[in-house]
Design a protein around this ligand. Structure first.
Ligand code: HEC
Ligand code: HEC
Ligand code: HEC
Length: 93
């Protein structure tokens, strides 16, 4: 019972950390590219998917370069989950 309580407290504490981290993360990030800007709505994605779909361990900054964006970090999931996959769905002039 004691161990159960300690576990529950740890879960609650970690859960608190996670929602604090989510609240502190920018609601959206704009990637400026030669092909126009790509807006990643972190708030909307985070409501739809659990953090560990994109983050390993404690959620933190993810570096997004061209290869990552066109691969597993963005487009790969869009292919699997029905998100936008056409160039101009992401790139806006
Ligand atoms: C899922 C969204 C998404 C889709 C779909 C997508 N891109 Fe991108 N693309 C990005 C993001 C995000 C970056 C920027 C990464 C960064 O900041 O380095 C990027 C970077 C680029 C760059 C690099 C530009 C620069 O300034 O270095 C080019 C060129 C590009 N994309 C072309 C395309 C083309 C062509 C298509 C269609 C075949 C496409 N992209 C589809 C999200 C997308
Ligand atoms: C669809 C993928 C995805 C999901 C789901 C997601 N994130 Fe993120 N998160 C990202 C990306 C990409 C970045 C980097 C954005 C940037 O460069 O500003 C990021 C950045 C962050 C950062 C760092 C912000 C900074 O600039 O220091 C935190 C903290 C964070 N996310 C927390 C969370 C939490 C907590 C959840 C779950 C409630 C979550 N994220 C869900 C993709 C995601
Ligand atoms: C875990 C899966 C997943 C990942 C990872 C993901 N997305 Fe998405 N994204 C989606 C889905 C699903 C939608 C469609 C949401 C809808 O229509 O309600 C979407 C929608 C979008 C849209 C169009 C809707 C809007 O917000 O205007 C853009 C732009 C976008 N994502 C960019 C990105 C970028 C950039 C990344 C990488 C940094 C990324 N996404 C990572 C699943 C994902």
């Amino acid at each position: 019972m004691k161990r159960f309580l300690v576990t529950m407290m740890a879960v609650a504490f970690f859960g608190g950390l996670v929602s604090a981290a989510f609240a502190e993360a920018p609601a959206e990030t704009v990637y400026e590219t030669k092909k126009g800007s790509v807006t990643f709505n972190h708030a909307a994605h985070g409501e739809k998917f659990s953090c560990d779909k994109c983050h390993e361990g404690v959620p933190a900054k993810i570096e997004v370069d061209k290869a990552a964006a066109h691969g597993a970090t963005c487009k790969g999931c869009h292919k699997a989950e029905g998100g936008p996959t056409k160039c101009n769905d992401c790139h806006k002039k």
